[in-house]
Design a protein around this ligand. Structure first.
Ligand SMILES: [Zn+2]
Length: 404
């Protein structure tokens, strides 16, 4: 099976995760794909292949040479709920430039005018959808690159130490690392393949916290409210206006952090405003948390102690603090990318990755590309050649850990 056939097989499994479920995996259908992968890993010769009860799939490409370290590669099986996963009609286009007509009936077009990255894929084979579903290259392109690399290491007898592979459920709902067995995985470090371009090596993600602002009001007849009413809904708005007005997702990029109001609901009696706070710099995230608490304190001085309660919680951290003391892990990937003709670059990730959580669980884990584009969208597509280059990147990383 070549990488194109493999990928087409993978995307035929619908694997959307379900935020509303508390089980793991969050959706039954991920298990069908997990079982398929378990069988495939066995059939290409991996050892210690295991499908855990929680849906995680693990395997080991057995060493045929001594190596300096045990490296792992990780990708996720689930897809985002931002677009349908039902009846995905993937097909391969030999891309010569211009628009790609995804769906004649509904006149859905994938155009370089909307997606200029298409230009980078001239002359390549692109897997596209019919414009009504996502493709699932996020992250099945990552899985295809990893499995293809594992198969080549074994079949072509390329010198390698033990190489661990791990496929996780529920990344898209933020739980992909939660059930990961770092101890059992047994790698010294790993890479997630969950990015876009082949050139990317990312290890600088957000530090993240949430802040729930609970407001208790006192209702009264508005005609005779003077001196007695405390309007929780209005205080919610007042709170929102006290935060730095420029530090919001709509006005920030790169390494600029933000306060993002995710919901607001309320009446005179009670109100709840929810925020997420993000910053690449952990000291600056700390300041944001303090600002929230200070504003709550100020409102309590204005309206009485107990009016506003801010509940601030940390969610995930920037893996940079774990990776920077071990930059050889990043350099290894950069070298491998250069060897496949790429120009490695690292850019700030404006989100979190499973690798960030894994890094703090003791498995340093930068993120690499997959060859996929337009994730979480009906316009998602994936370059077959880039997936193949990612499997080359994996092989170069593995090879550089053996011998000399
Ligand atoms: Zn992903």
């Amino acid at each position: 099976m070549n990488i194109e056939e493999r990928f087409l097989k993978y995307v035929s499994f619908p694997t959307m995760s379900d935020e509303g479920s508390s089980s793991c995996p969050s959706s039954e259908k991920q298990l069908a794909f997990a079982r398929y992968l378990e069988g495939e890993l066995r059939s290409i010769g991996l050892e210690d292949v295991k499908l855990a009860d929680n849906g995680y799939v693990y395997g080991r490409v057995p060493a045929n040479s001594p190596a300096r370290a045990v490296v792992g590669f990780i990708a996720h099986m689930d897809t985002s709920d931002a677009a349908s996963d039902q009846n995905i009609k993937a097909r391969v286009v030999d891309y010569k430039g211009g628009d790609i007509l995804l769906n004649e009936k509904q006149n859905i077009v994938l155009s370089p005018k909307d997606y200029p990255n298409l230009q980078k894929h001239l002359g390549q084979h692109l897997v596209v959808t019919d414009g009504t579903t996502l493709l699932g290259a996020d992250d099945k392109a990552g899985i295809a690159a990893i499995v293809t690399a594992a198969e080549r290491l074994i079949k072509d007898n390329i010198p390698h130490g033990d190489v661990m592979v791990g496929f996780t459920p529920d990344e898209e709902i933020g739980r992909g690392a939660d059930g990961f067995d770092v101890q059992g995985f047994g790698a010294d470090f790993a890479y997630t393949l969950d990015g876009g371009s082949v050139d990317g090596v990312d290890y600088n993600n957000f530090n993240a916290a949430s802040a729930d602002i609970h407001i208790k009001g006192v209702s009264a007849h508005p005609g005779s409210a003077k001196g007695s009413m405390i309007n929780a809904a209005r205080i919610a708005a007042e709170f929102a206006m006290m935060l730095p007005q420029q530090e919001i997702p709509e006005l920030t990029d790169g390494e600029q952090g933000f306060y993002h109001m995710t919901s607001i609901e309320g009446s005179c009696e009670t109100a709840l405003v929810r925020y997420i706070l993000r910053d690449h710099d952990s000291a600056k995230l700390e300041q944001k948390k303090q600002t929230v608490l200070r504003c709550a304190g100020e409102l309590n001085r204005r309206y009485g102690e107990g009016t506003v309660t801010a509940v601030v919680k940390d969610s995930y951290r920037n893996m940079r603090e774990v990776i920077e003391p071990r930059m050889e892990i990043v350099e290894l990937a950069r070298d491998a990318i250069r060897r496949v003709g790429g120009e490695p670059h690292s850019s700030p990730v404006r989100g979190g990755t499973d690798g960030a959580t894994l890094s703090y669980m003791g498995l340093p884990c930068p993120n690499l590309g997959t060859g996929g584009e337009n994730a979480h969208s009906r316009f998602e597509y994936c370059s077959v050649e880039d997936m193949l280059r990612m499997s080359d990147v994996i092989i170069h990383i593995v090879s550089s850990l053996t011998g000399r």
